[in-house]
Ligand binder design. Sequence first.
Ligand code: ZN
Ligand code: ZN
Length: 634
Amino acid sequence: MSAAAAGAVLPSPAPTRYSSAGGQHATLTADLAAALLAGCASARRASELHAAAVRAGVDRDKAVDFRLQRAYAASGRLDLAVALLRRSPDPTAVFYTSTIHAHSSRGLHLAALALLSDMLSQGLLPTTHTLSTSLPACNGRGGLAVGRALHGYAVKLALSGDSYVATALLGMYARAGDSAAARALFDLMLPDPHVVSVTAMLTCYAKMGALDDARSLFDGLPKKDFICWNAMIDGYTQHGRPNEALRLFRRMLRSGVEPDEVSVVLALSAVAQLGTTESGKWLHSFVKNSPRVRLNARVGTALIDMYYKCGSLEDAIAVFDGLHDKDIVVWNAMINGYAMHGHSRKAIEMFNQLRAQGLWPTDITFIGVLNACSHSGLVDEGCKFFKSMEQEYGIEPKIEHYGCMVDLLGRAGLIEEAFDLVRSMKIKPDAVMWVSLLAACRLHKNMALGQRIADYLVANGLANSGMYILLSNIYAAVGNWQEVGRVRSMMKASGIQKEPGCSAIEIGRQVIEFVAGDTSHPRTDEIYAKLEEVNVLVKEQGHVPQTELVLHDLDEATKEKALAVHSEKLAVAFGLISTPPGAAIKIVKNLRACADCHAVLKLVSKITGRKIVFRDRNRFHHFVDGACSCGDYW
Ligand code: ZN
Ligand code: ZN
């Protein structure tokens, strides 16, 4: 057979034509295909070029293959990018790295790590780029372990000194909260660390509460962008130093860095902690005038949260009503606001409204309505909500939900039911729950059950410093002095101090804080003189100090004295001497209101004709003319 005949049997295909945008026809070569694919980010165009490359028989060309994968990844068709990788007969490390990058940069961390593991099992060695794109995927649970393994790999391959790898490693440790490991890498970068690393280190310290370390890095930065400001403000806000957070926010403004949405939300959260309406109003007007911050659902939620925690439910409602796109988070804030102010029916009504609008409640929604039920003793409603939560909405109750239920049942006197609920829980009950159970036993004088619970706690080593007073009260009430002694020695042995009660009062734009027995204020003498005067007056009104709230090993007179100097009483006394007659007094306390102070504050509102707005850890009390808005149910 001649060569010509063979050619007739196997005709060479007609040259493939490629129609370019200009309408000219050219034969598609591998080089041309690769050139046309460069920078392509449209899935449609990539697949057109892909088809043309297949027709021209150049799709298996390495450069074409790689660029196609890049184009698919850039256009978001990660499935096709991965398909190309899988089809490639011998994919290179670069090919893999590019696919890993496509996933990790989109937050598809597990997929990115799976590709990495695939690559390593093919015997391909990671490059610096592979490591620096894979490390950001070491996130969440188990991320630190994988990150550490990659660190080891980097050291073994002598790549850990590369600045991109080092930065990525530091970022990985910082995100995982391993500040020591992050710091070790950081120190290697001195004296000239990249700003990305400084920011990561600063954020890590701030997140972990190492605020002084964070602050010294922050102060050392010659130029601070808003990310650094936000990280530092966030640290203060998250770790109970709202005053500093707010001060820093004001400094940020003065320094000429325009706060963004995150900064404003953080500052609002700081104000919410402080409960200072003046600062809150100022921030609200800042939002209205800011060129950068829009009053969207997120900022709106922060404003609602701030206003109701500052005691102004009316302002919170006004913000809520003015918001256009209300998502469930906005509704949650408002429901929790109503609950905290004791407007329980309104909170429940809101729940029905949001359902009518087709919104789906979240676990936070249920904390709101259950709190509302608990604050008003709505047992039936509370039980209904609690049941529906799991059965209708598929939301598994968390410790907070159980806490609300135990509170609700316990206060209503259904202590056995509350105890049963605690024992039926799938999660471990926390100390707060036991304390509220014990408190309910004391409130309803069910000492038998109280003792059973106390025995259970002591036997299982669950008793802690927060419960000691309650435990010893219960044992004392049933005359079990041996146990009283045991509890007391446990308390001494534990050495743990109860979180000290602290009350803050806002006078003008200043916030003054008091702890029990505080004598640090320059006007201490006047404050104590006023307190003495108030004490005489409330006793004349028939108030009997509730000395059973104080630990037993003191005599009556000492107990009375201990009660008399509780932080909220000092704050009220200071409010009385430093504001004009008739002005309302606003106090924020970090713990739950104690029964004695609650009774005294009611009487003070009657004697002085002042309105006292008191926020405790759980809710608001509005004391007016001898009565409290909570109806003595809190
Ligand atoms: Zn008190
Ligand atoms: Zn009250």
